[in-house]
Design a protein. Structure first.
Length: 77
């Protein structure tokens, strides 16, 4: 994980980054609720942004350096 990249965490922030074309890559947790992750995945498909899936929200949170669960995160350009 590249620590000098700026990362935003959470559904709202991730979608905002995608809509502004600021997201370079998206992390999504496989165990998060579909109503949270599906809109993000849909926009990723539409804008051709790579998605990396994590098995659990806990793993995703840990990989982006927070101690709470995360459903989604975006690595900004």
């Amino acid at each position: 994980m590249d620590t000098d990249k700026k990362i935003v965490i959470g559904k709202k922030q991730t979608l905002r980054a995608l809509h502004r074309d600021e997201a370079q890559m998206i992390y999504i947790s496989k165990d998060a609720d579909l109503h949270v992750t599906k809109p993000i995945a849909d926009v990723c498909k539409e804008k051709n942004v790579e998605i990396i899936y994590f098995d659990s929200m806990k793993d995703l949170g840990a990989s982006v350096g927070i101690s709470v669960n995360a459903a989604a995160a975006a690595v900004l350009k």
